[in-house]
Design a protein around this ligand. Sequence first.
Ligand SMILES: Cc1ncc(COP(=O)(O)O)c(C=O)c1O
Length: 437
Amino acid sequence: MILLRRAAVPAGRRFCLRRLGLWVGVLSGTLELNNVSSAIVPVYARADIAFDRGEGAWLISTTGERYLDFGAGIAVASLGYSHPHLVEALTRQGQKLWHTSNLFQIPEGERLARRLTEATFADLVFFSNSGAEANEAAIKMARKWQSVGGRPERYRFITFEGAFHGRTLATIAAGGQAKYLEGFGPKVEGFDQIPVTTIEAVEKAIGPETGAILIEPIMGEGGVRVVPPAFLRGLRALCDAYGLLLVFDEIQTGVGRTGKLFAYQHSGIHPDIMTIAKGIGGGFPMGACLATADAAKGFTTGTHGTTFGGNPLAMAVGNAVLDVVLAPGFIERVARLGLMLRQRLAELKDRHDAIIEEVRGEGLLVGLKVKVANADFAAAARKEKLLTIPAGDNVVRLAPPLIVSDEELLEGVRRLDAACARLEAEATAAAQKGAAE
Ligand SMILES: Cc1ncc(COP(=O)(O)O)c(C=O)c1O
């Protein structure tokens, strides 16, 4: 183990030593990144693995180990890694033009917006750089709609417990989770959070200042909690009755992930505004806020904007992702694989009912509610060279790339089986040790 104290190392040499630490780690066969002080703000609990490259649904570590990736960079790498069509689109655009600013026309952005609107309820698109920024746009858009409609007092949103909408000041207020709000000053005003229970309870929460309802059709970070389609239909009816806008956060569920292009399409209704990110970039950072022409009517010239959002590089990649996802049969295949995965996981639950409590989800966004700590489960899966993502409600999230093969999906289930067996063996050993003491 090499431990370098920052203070003991002259500033100019830190970079070299950091690289040396990495190199020694690689030579010794274990990559101990945490041995060396990092210059990155420590807000993430990172596993001690770094990846060098990816191929399809597989990630290859800097030490040459192959991991089957059922996390897809938190539901981002929709087409897996090194997808030839994405690589080609990115390199072609990269050689031509990266960025022009939104002072000029961006034909690839026009094309992507047109394709998104043709495939959805929406008439207009605002491009952002991330999910949280797409939600910021949606929140501002809904408030502005009420304001230009002569109801500026209707700036409040009803949001739901267990939600996650991002890490900006407004989106942590929308998400309402104490752990994300703590220490960041007064919570941004205007978000009233209630549990997902009955439509009558939502109706009671509507006040004279309520202007919109914001919800994820499936709460991903909150533990892959599927909101019943009947509840979503009830929200639509309430919004219509009370003059509110319905906003769906499809940042995690969008772009084919749930076996439909967008999760709202399972419910038979549509929102007025929808945010997307993650899967539309396939790993390139981008997001978008889609809206009906009416909902977007307050977003006139100068009312909102971004420097990077919708730049030519992002737009080229977004179009390339859509080329693949909209190809005939692609999304139907995701739906079929999702069904197969959930069936196999149900069998796994029967075999390991001391470990798995529930299987939930839609398409290739699946949650295993576990009876051990979800972080321990994810660590056990990692020992089987399978990557998963912990989520709220003690759930382990599975979100493989949408291009995963049938065989890789079954291989993932085999590795989950082995992880369960490993955890059971550990529990038995601990119990025997306890009895012997
Ligand atoms: C449903 C949902 N909304 C918003 C966000 C925030 O997106 P970003 O991290 O790109 O800002 C996420 C990210 O996990 C998400 O899952």
